[in-house]
Design a protein around this ligand. Structure first.
Ligand SMILES: Cc1cc2nc3c(=O)[nH]c(=O)nc-3n(C[C@H](O)[C@H](O)[C@H](O)COP(=O)(O)OP(=O)(O)OC[C@H]3O[C@@H](n4cnc5c(N)ncnc54)[C@H](O)[C@@H]3O)c2cc1C
Length: 354
């Protein structure tokens, strides 16, 4: 038997950020992951502190964003691969009223660090901008698939990874510890994204009578090539255009609440492309499409912590639509809760549904 402090199940952004937190804190662990593409790999990688539909700040934005850059920088250094960079995010205005609302919003305390009050003029002839642009400060662009691939390679190299689907029937729960195949640990953290729905320990405690706590939300992106577009910033209109380099862009995403089906759909592609045509005037060619399920919860807040029945089994889930910006601080909250008994903020504590 090999003894570690933690077993982690799943290697999306939740698994990566919790593993990184453990490495920073000098704890031992091993990760079990199935190598399948979850929400993180499908995601756009945009860390946006604002809600550009309504001109409001994202929930807890200041606190989450304080941690984002240093944390992802530490990961980049560890794996020798740059995973994040600052990016400008521009919002296309459709009316004078929207311009005015933007200026008013940029004066609010929680938004002033993030919204640039000045209305920007568009200089790019390939995009359709009738009433100017608003710019967001502090945006970050992450390379989610590059991050997962490089972090997995790092864990493999250090013998910290078991590549398989976690088998629940092999999990044993002796008092105050866990045992899984050849490993024992003090605790186990499930970081499974939308697949937590299949987890018996989750089902029994969170939705015993089929109550819909975990709603899920399917999202799709289209990847297109457009040499004339020449866009280096993120552009938000009816959909979001994200530059990937080499004249490639990701555009989307779609939102399909309570849809857990796998795979891409023609409906989502057509909807995204019709919205894209309202934003750009140059030619483009669709080259790819991806999909994923956002792990969303009915009250739109994360699910962190454990249950009384199995106190050694923890969850880091419910990362929803903005998981990439929240995962570093959520991992720290969970770690401090487990190790130092620091109370979790009540709005993220999984016990609110128990
Ligand atoms: C289309 C789309 C666009 C998005 N865009 C953004 C964005 O721009 N910015 C942002 O902040 N957020 C975005 N999100 C949300 C963000 O991607 C999620 O909040 C986040 O990735 C969830 O991470 P996770 O680690 O909880 O889950 P996942 O990334 O799904 O990872 C869970 C992993 O665990 C594995 N796993 C599960 N069960 C087992 C098991 N039994 N054994 C072994 N392995 C297992 C899964 O296969 C998976 O690899 C987007 C999501 C989608 C779908």
């Amino acid at each position: 038997m090999k003894h570690v402090d933690y077993i982690i199940v799943g290697l999306g952004i939740a698994g990566v950020c919790f593993a990184e937190t453990l490495l920073l804190q000098g704890k031992s662990f091993m990760v079990v992951e199935d190598g399948k593409e979850g929400a993180t790999i499908a995601s756009g990688g945009v860390l946006n502190p604002t809600v550009l539909k309504r001109f409001t700040a994202a929930w807890n934005a200041s606190q989450f964003f304080e941690k984002v850059f240093p944390f992802y920088n530490a990961i980049s250094k560890r794996i020798h691969f740059n995973v994040s960079s600052p990016i400008q995010i521009h919002r296309i205005f459709n009316s004078i009223e929207e311009q005015n609302n933007w200026v008013v919003a940029s004066d609010k305390k929680e938004l002033s660090p993030f919204l640039n009050a000045e209305i920007q003029k568009n200089k790019n002839t390939s995009i359709i901008v009738p009433f100017g642009l608003g710019s967001v400060n502090e945006g970050v662009l992450l390379n989610p698939s590059g991050l997962i691939k490089a972090y997995r390679a790092y864990l493999q190299e250090h013998d910290l990874l078991v590549s398989e689907t976690f088998q629940y029937h092999k999990l044993e729960l002796p008092e105050a510890s866990v045992s899984y195949k050849g490993y024992t640990a003090k605790q186990l953290v499930f970081c499974q994204g939308a697949k937590v729905r299949d987890n018996l320990y989750f089902k029994v405690s969170v939705s015993p009578e089929g109550s819909k706590v975990f709603v899920g939300n399917k999202g799709e992106y289209v990847i297109f090539k457009a040499p004339q577009l020449q866009l280096t910033d993120v552009l938000k209109g009816p959909v979001m255009i994200i530059p990937l380099g080499n004249d490639l862009y990701k555009v989307g995403a779609s939102y399909e609440r309570d849809d857990f089906s796998e795979g891409i759909t023609r409906d989502a592609r057509e909807e995204i492309i019709s919205k894209l045509k309202k934003m750009i005037s140059c030619n483009f060619e669709v080259v790819h499409q991806v999909s994923g399920i956002r792990p969303t919860v009915k009250d739109r807040k994360p699910l962190l912590g454990n249950f009384l029945e199995n106190p050694q089994l923890y969850f880091l889930n419910g990362l929803g639509t903005r998981g990439l910006s929240m995962a570093p601080l959520l991992s720290e909250w969970l770690f401090q809760h487990i190790e130092n008994n620091v109370a979790l903020p009540s709005e993220v504590n999984i016990k609110r549904f128990a």
